[in-house]
Design a protein around this ligand. Structure first.
Ligand code: FAD
Length: 518
């Protein structure tokens, strides 16, 4: 009860501070925006939700929210903001589903564009043997793209672990999940984009047409334009999924198996993994939805106090292929060196598998634990240094994983599209390591924000001290110097694209890379 009370106080205090900053009435920017002729509409009220995101740590109240009905609404708004530059210095942030962590989709006293208003644009499918795709609004949620595609027996190839994110939001980062080793991230699986630049121009781009903008926008953190439409690659969708988890106590054995699996021709369709440190609860949680292959041996297995590494894999299949799929899985598993008593299996529909995190979301929503602060840290670590990273971080810096999942899996850069804005470590194989912590508001203990941030900082400074070659994913940097370091040799291209497509630095101010100029 006390925690709930503290949480309510926390929400109220945030709302109060937001409301205090809102004084748009005599603002020249709002007067100017009100002249716009739009199919959709602008709102200067009820702005609080645009000052919130999943991270729940940054709250920047905008001046207004645009609810566009068409691409033209976005283009004429940006043209207006660009052309009246001497009089106002507005910034503009596209907001997908607002699942950023550090205010990246916010614009303090600026204009937030609610991309989900564009969802009404119809999805258009093209199906033929060589190339199937769907044209979708960038404000569409991936879960909707999945459901619509499945009606035609198709589905996108590459996913994120959670599907209640917009197409434009994940394409602005990369969109990485357990299929990325095979198909590359989501930015690989898009054929064409429609983009409104910071000057308000509407440009169609692809590998063949306006390729510089196409590459820039993919993984471009919203810096070069607002994606309004995307052409997403599709494949034939499977019906069912065999979902498997096995445990290791030796990190080297675990990561060797992961690396072998991602580089084999004949392998699983999805490969991820996670770390369990001192968290028996977590283990028991998922054990209840998975069946142990050998129940007796599995019940004797004790995880107490150990650092364990869980390999999570999945094989897609159709019911008529059950027998051969089981045989393929047996062969693949026989080559791995997991602890034999810890083989857990589950069989679910393709949709259940892809939408798995939503189930956890519902449970956390019920308990009021979804809207807490999320000081997440996502790192990309080169393969050659992963052992060193694991030795220092798992069990030493991080002594338990009870604040949230800790994902770890390798991906293969040779499968990634070249020339996009997304930066990765210099090696062909690197690991995504996601520290997905939730913090209890006002807690000063191990589940509190301060403690988790301190842990994150220790991990970051270990990476820096050892020059491990780490890059942040969903990067969060405070100064342009840090961003230059993040982009390394790619900074010049990034800055050149900015001055070409958004010369006044109007777009995505919440990334804190460039400052708005007059
Ligand atoms: P927003 O938070 O609304 O926006 C993100 C950034 O993109 C902002 O800078 C915004 O201005 C910009 N932007 C948004 N829409 C557009 C557009 N149409 N055009 C140009 N710029 C735009 N990521 C992964 O890669 N893999 C995962 O498995 C994964 N799992 C996640 C699970 C959860 C529960 C959460 C909360 C996040 C996860 N993410 C994952 C991170 C997620 O991909 C990013 O945070 C993504 O940006 C969120 O999409 P969104 O629609 O909420 O974007």
């Amino acid at each position: 009860l006390l925690k709930l009370l503290i949480f309510i106080l926390f929400i109220c205090s945030n709302n109060r501070s937001n409301i205090c900053c809102n004084h748009h009435f005599a603002n020249p920017s709002s007067l100017s925006l009100k002249q716009l002729k739009l199919e959709g509409y602008l709102s200067f009220e009820k702005l609080n939700h645009a000052a919130k995101d999943f991270g729940n740590r940054c709250h920047f109240l905008p001046l207004a929210i645009l609810y566009p009905k068409s691409v033209l609404d976005i283009s004429s708004t940006l043209k207006h903001v660009f052309e009246i530059r001497t009089r106002i210095d507005l910034t503009v942030a596209a907001r997908g589903n607002g699942h950023s962590l550090e205010g990246q989709a916010q614009a303090y006293q600026g204009l937030v564009i609610n991309m989900k208003s564009l969802q009404e644009l119809e999805m258009k499918f093209k199906i033929n043997e060589e190339l199937s795709y769907v044209d979708v609004s960038a404000g569409e949620l991936w879960i909707n793209v999945l459901h619509e595609s499945l009606k035609l027996g198709l589905a996108p190839k590459s996913w994120t672990d959670y599907l209640h994110l917009t197409v434009g939001g994940t394409l602005s980062n990369a969109g990485i999940s357990g299929q990325a080793f095979k198909h590359g991230p989501q930015i690989n699986n898009v054929y064409q984009l429609e983009v409104v630049t910071g000057k308000g121009e509407v440009i169609t781009c692809s590998e063949e047409q306006n390729a510089d903008l196409f590459h820039g926008v993919l993984g471009g953190l919203g810096q070069f334009g607002i994606i309004t439409k995307a052409r997403i690659a599709l494949e034939t969708a499977p019906k069912q999924v065999k979902w498997i988890r096995v445990l290791y106590s030796d990190f080297a054995a675990f990561s060797n198996d992961q690396e072998d699996l991602i580089s084999s021709q004949s392998t699983f369709d999805y490969i991820e993994g996670f770390v369990i440190i001192n968290s028996t609860g977590l283990l028991n949680n998922w054990r209840s939805t998975f069946n142990p292959k050998d129940p007796l041996q599995a019940s004797n297995f004790s995880s107490e106090g150990r650092v364990l590494f869980c390999l999570e894999v999945a094989k897609y299949f159709n019911p008529e292929d059950t027998y051969s799929t089981d045989q393929d899985i047996d062969i693949l598993l026989s080559k791995l060196s997991y602890i034999r008593s810890t083989l857990f299996l589950s069989e679910v529909s393709y949709v259940e598998f892809l939408d798995r995190v939503h189930v956890s979301e519902m449970k956390l929503q019920e308990k009021g634990l979804w809207d807490v602060p999320h000081p997440w840290l996502n790192l990309l670590i080169p393969k050659s240094r992963i052992l060193e990273f694991a030795q220092e971080v798992f069990g030493k810096i991080l002594t338990d994983t009870s604040n949230g999942p800790l994902l770890i899996y390798p991906v293969n850069k040779s499968k990634w599209r070249k020339g996009t804005s997304m930066v990765t470590p210099d090696e062909d194989v690197f690991y995504l390591i996601a520290f997905l912590s939730s913090a209890m508001p006002f807690s000063t203990g191990k589940d509190g924000l301060e403690h988790i941030i301190d842990q994150n900082n220790r991990i970051l400074s270990f990476c820096e001290k050892t020059r491990i070659g780490m890059k942040q994913y969903l990067p969060n940097h405070k100064t342009q110097e840090e961003w230059k370091h993040h982009f390394g040799p790619h900074w010049d291209t990034f800055a050149r694209r900015k001055s070409t497509y958004d010369p006044l630095a109007i777009l995505a101010p919440g990334q804190r890379i460039f400052r708005r100029t007059a």
